[in-house]
Design a protein around this ligand. Structure first.
Ligand SMILES: Nc1ncnc2c1ncn2[C@@H]1O[C@H](COP(=O)(O)OP(=O)(O)OP(=O)(O)O)[C@@H](O)[C@H]1O
Ligand SMILES: [Mg+2]
Length: 284
């Protein structure tokens, strides 16, 4: 059962998007000249929506996520959360990165409990940690150190560690890119089930079309130099989504057709697809 976060309401009492990016551009100074990285980006995410951003390497996906996280600021335009400009990081927005960011000297359960320090006292803290250990299937690994568990398990800990503080928005930057195919599929299923349980909004960056189709309510396709939005598509498929279903295959073909150069898009198997596929075997 999904627990909807409440949308903010404007002065007219109308519900607004939880997260709203309007005409956002970002430039960096490169040897004295301004390099435009993001140009005129507008998008929004509703409470409990899953938005996937796909695009070629260098199109500015991480830069956009950093701005949403409050690690960076736009050069023009705005990024707004709950009706307020995003100016700095906050506990309402948490980030999961591709690389391992766990504290290596803390056990799995200490890593997960870390964000609750100063927020929840024992025994409530212990109860929450137990709940999240169970949600990510790591009850039997609570006393392990990060160096003693697999890459997939580390990403489970990373997910639990941020979700335990109940952010309204989870920002994910290719979090499963370094995992093998099966672990990656398991992590996608886990992400969906946690999202259905907890009801947070997810902004998920990926190179992988199949990952985006599997997860997203909406897919934002970006193009590069400068990074801009090419297309926003609502995914018209019921969950769980199966790659062999005809409507999935049809939708996938439509997305692949939107890339100028499909050779830069990787499938779930991590392989480059140098040609648009004419024969689909579910993309696997
Ligand atoms: N702090 C910075 N100063 C100057 N240029 C930067 C800075 N951060 C990012 N860039 C440039 O912005 C562009 C977009 O980078 P970004 O990391 O956002 O791309 P990306 O879409 O996430 O790529 P990838 O898919 O490879 O992760 C790159 O050309 C990068 O060199
Ligand atoms: Mg990136």
């Amino acid at each position: 059962m999904k627990t909807d976060h409440t949308a903010w309401y404007n002065a007219n009492g109308q519900a607004g998007a939880l997260l709203e990016v309007s005409h956002l551009s970002k430039s960096y100074d490169m040897n004295g000249s301004q390099q435009v990285i993001l140009e005129n980006i507008s998008l929004c995410a509703a409470p409990s929506e899953m938005v996937c951003i796909v695009g070629r390497s260098g199109c500015g996906k991480t830069t956009l996520l950093n701005i949403l996280a409050g690690f960076d600021t736009p050069s023009s335009g705005s990024a707004v959360m709950n009706g307020e400009l995003i100016r700095r990081p906050g506990p309402d927005r948490c980030v999961v990165f591709q690389e391992d960011t766990l504290f290596p000297w803390l056990t799995v359960q200490e890593n997960i409990a870390f964000g609750l320090k100063g927020i929840l006292k024992n025994p409530y803290r212990k109860r929450e940690v137990d709940r999240f250990l169970e949600l990510v299937g790591l009850e039997n690994f609570r006393y392990y150190l990060p160096g003693e568990i697999s890459g997939g398990m580390k990403q489970r800990v990373a997910l639990a560690r941020v979700l335990i503080i109940r952010p309204q928005v989870l920002l994910m930057d290719e979090p499963f890119a370094s995992l093998d195919y099966h672990t990656r599929r398991q992590m996608q299923d886990l992400l969906i089930s946690l999202w259905e349980d907890l009801g947070h909004t997810v902004i998920f960056v990926t190179h992988d079309i199949d990952e985006a189709i599997t997860l997203a309510d909406e897919i934002v396709i970006m193009e590069t130099a400068p990074g801009r939005i090419r297309e926003k598509l609502t995914v018209p498929l019921a969950r769980p989504r199966k790659a062999e279903q005809s409507d999935y295959i049809f939708f996938r073909k439509k997305i692949l057709g939107m890339y100028e150069n499909p050779g830069n898009v990787r499938g779930s198997d991590g392989n480059r697809q140098d040609e648009p596929r004419t024969q689909f075997n579910g993309g696997r």
